[in-house]
Ligand binder design. Structure first.
Ligand SMILES: C[S@@+](CC[C@H](N)C(=O)[O-])C[C@H]1O[C@@H](n2cnc3c(N)ncnc32)[C@H](O)[C@@H]1O
Length: 363
């Protein structure tokens, strides 16, 4: 029985299938996540980004007799409820799909419960593969107690269901700030490396054979050429007898150390297409809607990388706790389709109003 839903089951099926069949960009459905998810076909969703309610906060505008996540009397029941919902998500996610799960912790009887990890471990026990634990540094935190530090972070777990999954890493790379440039007729890397020092070390080396010296010098020429052509912005060279391997000299545990032993040199290169973001995200929480509408609205900045990296263009992003609709709105803005589910009729209507403001028309 869908106790909160203000649509009939066949209308829900129709709305979902319209998005799945590419006949509509998005839908927002008001109802209990677990029940609605059961209406979604196997392996039909590319990406899920979501933030369920915290345990024991009771702050959302939903009918009191409904199945509100977070209102469980025992926190272990909260872990069970969420694990069950994410089992269902695993069923509807494509084989190469991803789930980004934002969870915050909770103090109870003066004790930090470790809720995000309790949920994550329970999900891993049920077959999810954890790829990243992103720390969302919200920069400002509440000081509710004088005998401990301020809390400023939440977790965003990136889960997948199989080891090979869709990950468009080039979509989210951070472009290098500085580039290589010509200086007095010579190419110099972004941090001022010209290769002269390495050349001298190769020539004067007593640890390299003549053949190894030739190979090292040729490889250095190629790297300098890549810098000139803009394929690389920076590099470092490690030469046997001159520099030590980056992490360890032990050839059993370090591939670099092995390369140094067999070839006599190796390079660390920084490509012109930049590096991937780190697993610490410094993003201020959204507070525009907070006063009049919702307690934990996703900032758009937080959603962009998960959507770009793990949902192909025109793929489907789902949020089973969609609140004011931020996930679906960002997904649609980025040329993906979206499905939002929330128990609250008020937030569902708000989400529908918000998405209309971005000007996408229905098919
Ligand atoms: C942390 S908020 C999500 C906020 C959302 N990320 C946004 O940007 O607005 C959690 C939401 O879960 C909803 N909720 C609670 N229990 C639910 C259930 N069983 N099924 C669906 N939604 C539920 C609440 O109404 C609330 O809007």
């Amino acid at each position: 029985m869908l106790n909160v839903n203000y649509k009939y089951k066949n209308e829900i099926d129709f709305d979902i299938s319209q998005v799945i069949k590419n006949e509509n960009y998005y839908t927002f459905i008001c109802g209990d996540s677990l029940e609605i998810l059961q209406e979604i076909p196997d392996e039909s969703i590319n990406c899920v980004v979501t933030s369920p309610p915290y345990w024991n906060l009771r702050e959302y505008d939903v009918a009191t007799d409904s199945n509100v996540i977070g209102n469980e009397l025992d926190y272990l029941d909260y872990v069970k409820s969420l694990t069950k919902i994410f089992d269902e998500i695993k069923r509807i996610l494509t084989k190469d799909g991803s789930l980004w799960l934002n969870l915050g912790d909770k103090y109870y009887n003066k004790e930090l419960l470790g809720m995000p990890w309790r949920v994550a471990l329970s999900m891993m026990d049920n077959g999810w593969i954890l790829r990243n634990d992103v720390i969302w540094d919200q920069m400002k935190g509440t000081q509710s107690s004088k005998d401990r530090l301020r809390d400023v972070y939440e977790h965003i777990f990136h889960f997948v269901k199989s080891k090979k999954y869709y990950y468009a890493h080039d979509e989210i790379r951070i472009a290098p700030v500085r580039k290589a440039k010509m200086y007095n007729g010579e190419i110099v890397s972004a941090t001022g490396v010209s290769g002269k020092k390495y050349r001298k070390q190769i020539e004067e080396s007593t640890a390299l054979s003549d053949v190894e010296k030739q190979e090292a010098s040729k490889a250095l020429d190629e790297i300098l050429n890549d810098l000139t052509e803009g394929k690389l912005v920076d590099f470092r060279m490690t030469i046997r007898g001159e520099q030590r391997a980056f992490h360890s000299n032990n050839t059993n545990i370090s591939g670099r150390a092995k390369e140094l032993e067999t070839k006599g040199f190796y390079f660390i290169k920084m490509g012109a297409n930049g590096h991937l973001p780190s697993d610490i995200w410094r993003i201020a929480p959204e507070d525009t809607w907070r006063k009049d509408a919702h307690y934990a609205v996703f900032p758009e900045e937080l959603l962009v990388n998960p959507v770009k990296a793990t949902c192909p263009e025109n793929g489907i992003v789902l949020d089973p706790f969609s609140g004011t609709g931020s996930t679906v709105i960002t997904a649609v803005k980025l040329g993906r389709r979206g499905i939002g589910i929330d128990l609250s009729e008020y937030y569902t209507n708000l989400a529908k109003q918000r998405i209309k403001q971005i000007g996408k028309t229905l098919f």
